[in-house]
Design a protein around this ligand. Structure first.
Ligand code: N01
Length: 533
């Protein structure tokens, strides 16, 4: 008999809700969390400026109307400390702490076919058995520090944004080098610039950023969304991205240029990325339509940045808007108008090495007191591969996915019975409001486990045929869009040697939910169910 019904790996938004949902279904469950606190991505990414780019009214659990009503978000886009406070509140309210085990990294999971259980090993070597494992490891938890020659000789401190010191860092008056201009780099740069003596931003690829227009919620706004929360959540479930977006319903290429410009201007004024991506029906499917957004955004950069050469360097080219995560900032571009901020183009003169006093590019040397890496993550598969997962016949997940991840519905993988992945490859995951997708996955997994238990089954495994069919669908949809047209982490392009495959389901959260529900209603079609031993 297994020690537990379910082991959950991670105590972020997934692990916290999984413990609550599975426990409420009468299962014994424990979440193991490597960090010394709960919160997952919001625990680790505590760098200055860390803030969610999905509105707080959306980026929150929907499972409890009471929670929804009692919690007050202070701002439109929640900052990292507030999200962490919210998650603590959830853990307190639902009494989850006894089943959230912190400071415990899961290092290995091995399937035992004789007993239909997983043997889960945690650092420093304790083991526990469970009927099921739920991977709530997140998509962006395995950080990436580029292999930079000489970094060990650098005499100052260096930091990765995803392991920011909890006590903070004082950059007052210092010369700071920031490498990376993705969502993270764009968020942290103005915060560093506000105190540093000089900030050097090392940019390899310019990125699109739209204004946040962050602000406190007005009482009347909060009252309004709380009054209609049930309907609003339902609307979110029926959307594409998991957030209701007010699109025009028209194609950009069939809209007169002045009308299109007006739509973009309104959205620029209102702030937020999703309204841009959802403004017209063809923006994410037709490159020429996407170019109309890109041109508009490049014009805003040129309008904001005083030095025309710097402005041109900051103008993204070569990939569609949204194909790399659309960044949000109210002050990133304007920051380059300060005399103490320098944009260093490492596309034309690559970063070569660190030396005791700073960083060296092919063109110049930069004397620095500190270096900040905002260089992202070995995304999606990285956090799963960090665990030695061995399924049927001892095959590792790494071996099974050597040419890229393969799943059925994003939640299960052939060869790995009784293992569920939350917001993994093959799901809408990173292309959706994560909290909404997490709740949908966790509830589907809870219902699946309940079904197996009540029908006398002990094991569930995706068939290879169902998995192949699903991945073909996922790939077919993805390559009909502009998303695979960028060298992004979505496609694995940011990690040298990683297979370049696009594995997110882009059909939208509504159709995805429908399919998952249909599979369940048909007695878990596409899965092999084995009797309990
Ligand atoms: O990471 P990234 P991130 N030499 O991979 C550069 C979420 N998020 O942490 O583009 C020099 O996007 C790299 O350059 P290039 C969100 O989903 C959300 O910023 O590869 N540069 C790029 O500029 C996001 O997409 C929020 O040429 C190197 C940067 O580092 C995801 O997290 C906030 C390099 C990495 O950008 C990841 O964002 C923050 C090298 N060797 C994050 N290697 C919000 O909700 C990499 N780079 C607002």
């Amino acid at each position: 008999m297994a020690d537990l019904d379910v082991v959950v790996v991670g105590a972020g938004f997934t692990g916290i809700y999984a413990v609550h949902a599975l426990r409420s279904a009468g299962l014994t469950v424990r979440a193991f969390e490597a960090g010394e606190g709960i919160g997952g991505t919001w625990f680790w990414n505590c760098y200055p400026g860390a803030r969610c780019d999905v509105e707080s009214k959306d980026y929150s659990y929907a499972f409890s109307p009471e929670l929804e009503q009692e919690w007050s978000w202070s701002e439109r886009y929640p900052a990292q400390p507030e999200i962490l406070r919210y998650l603590h509140h959830v853990a307190d309210k639902f009494g989850l702490w006894p089943d959230l085990q912190l400071n415990t990294r899961v290092t290995a999971c091995a399937w035992d076919a004789d007993t239909s259980t997983w043997r889960v090993t945690t650092e420093p070597g304790a083991t526990v058995t469970a009927r099921f494992v739920v991977m709530g490891v997140g998509n962006l938890s395995q950080l990436h520090v580029p292999d930079l020659p000489g970094l060990d000789t650098f005499e100052g401190p260096w930091y990765h944004t995803s392991r920011w010191p909890k006590e903070g860092v004082d950059f007052s008056g210092q010369r700071v080098g920031l490498i990376g201009t993705g969502s993270t780099g764009i968020q942290i740069a103005p915060e560093i610039a506000a105190v540093a003596g000089h900030l050097y931003v090392f940019q390899r690829t310019a990125n699109f950023a739209v204004p946040n227009r962050n602000r406190p919620w007005q009482d009347a706004e909060e009252r309004a969304f709380k009054e209609s929360y049930r309907d609003y959540r339902q609307e979110a479930r029926q959307s594409i991205l998991g957030v209701p977006v007010n699109g025009t319903g028209k194609a950009a290429l069939e809209t007169p240029a002045d009308e299109r410009e007006q739509v973009y201007r309104e959205r620029w004024k209102a702030g937020g990325g999703m309204p841009f991506l959802g403004a017209f029906t063809d923006v994410l499917f037709v490159r020429e339509a996407n170019d109309t957004v890109a041109d508009f955004m490049r014009d805003r950069i040129r309008e904001t940045v005083a030095d025309p050469e710097v402005a041109e360097l900051l103008c993204p080219t070569g990939f569609p808007v949204g194909a790399k995560r659309l960044c949000q900032s109210d002050d990133y571009y304007a920051m380059f108008n300060s005399g103490h901020v320098t944009l260093v183009d490492i596309r034309s003169a690559p970063l070569e090495s660190a030396y005791p006093g700073g960083l060296k590019t092919a063109a110049d040397s930069y004397e620095l007191d500190a270096i900040v890496f905002a260089t992202g993550f070995d995304a999606i598969t990285g956090p799963l591969f960090a665990i030695d997962i061995r399924g049927a016949g001892g095959v590792t997940l790494r071996e099974a996915w050597a040419h890229g991840p393969r799943t059925y519905l994003g939640v299960a993988a052939a060869g790995f019975p009784n293992m569920f992945i939350v917001t993994g490859p093959g799901s809408p995951g990173v292309f959706s409001n994560m909290v909404l997708s997490i709740e949908q996955h966790v509830e589907w997994i809870r219902d699946c486990v309940a079904y197996l238990t009540s029908h006398g089954y002990g094991a569930v495994e995706a068939t290879t045929a169902a998995q192949d069919e699903w991945m073909e669908l996922v790939t077919g949809i993805a390559y009909a869009t502009v998303f695979p047209l960028a060298d992004s982490w979505y496609i694995g392009a940011n990690i040298p040697g990683k297979p370049r495959v696009f594995t997110s389901y882009l059909g939208g959260v509504a159709s995805y939910r429908e399919r998952c529900d249909a599979v369940a209603a048909a007695g878990y079609e596409g899965f092999t169910l084995a009797p309990a031993r």
